[in-house]
Design a protein around this ligand. Structure first.
Ligand SMILES: Cc1cc2nc3c(=O)[nH]c(=O)nc-3n(C[C@H](O)[C@H](O)[C@H](O)COP(=O)(O)O)c2cc1C
Length: 169
């Protein structure tokens, strides 16, 4: 395990998010239920004198109430690993209906700073404690972006303080 500065790895994270199939957002509920969903949108930042990670989660996602209840999340990111099939499964099936970890052959490993696991097969991991939860206000969205919300399934933006950022060998 090698700690790395979020600002140092940010370009690779953003490239993976936007152009290489995405990353896994993991939540763990109070009853121990864990779930992962694929994310393709998000950002890395710096606020409140902390490194931060923001993820966008639509209301209908099974992962959402898990994050709401626990106030923590992790993001596991494939870098050179070929996890396209697992990303596709976690991005098209819901944890409401199945154990996606088992179905995709993904192994969980406990987080080191939060009570939420990471996915062992990925190289890069962010562990986060939610510091800001922001419901999207549709009226504030530029008109040309409304096409992303034809079904009114708006995003909630979770900004987490990054409590650990590391590479697994
Ligand atoms: C490449 C890709 C990127 C995605 N990005 C997001 C995202 O950023 N936010 C989101 O809410 N859903 C996103 N999705 C859709 C969710 O991953 C998908 O609806 C998933 O089945 C939700 O799982 P859950 O119900 O178990 O939480 C993405 C799907 C794919 C395939």
């Amino acid at each position: 395990m090698t700690s790395i500065k979020p600002s140092q790895i940010a370009p690779r994270y953003l490239e993976q998010l936007g152009h290489k199939g995405g990353a896994f957002l993991i939540g763990k509920g109070p009853d121990g239920t864990c779930n992962a969903m694929t994310i393709g949108w998000g950002s890395i930042g710096y606020a409140w004198n902390e490194d931060t990670l923001t993820v966008l989660v639509r209301q209908t996602r099974f992962t959402k109430p898990l994050i709401d209840a626990s106030g923590v999340f992790t993001v596991s990111v494939p870098l050179d690993q070929d996890l396209k099939a697992a990303l596709s499964l976690c991005g098209t099936k819901s944890g409401r209906d199945m154990d996606k970890f088992a179905a995709a052959g993904l192994t969980l490993h406990p987080g080191q700073s939060v009570d939420c696991p990471i996915i062992e097969q990925c190289a890069l991991h962010f562990e986060c404690q939610v510091v800001l939860t922001q419901e999207m206000e549709p009226g504030r969205l530029a008109q040309d972006h409304e096409r992303y919300y034809a079904d009114h399934d708006y995003h909630t933006m979770y900004t987490g303080k990054i409590t650990a950022c590391y590479l697994l060998d």
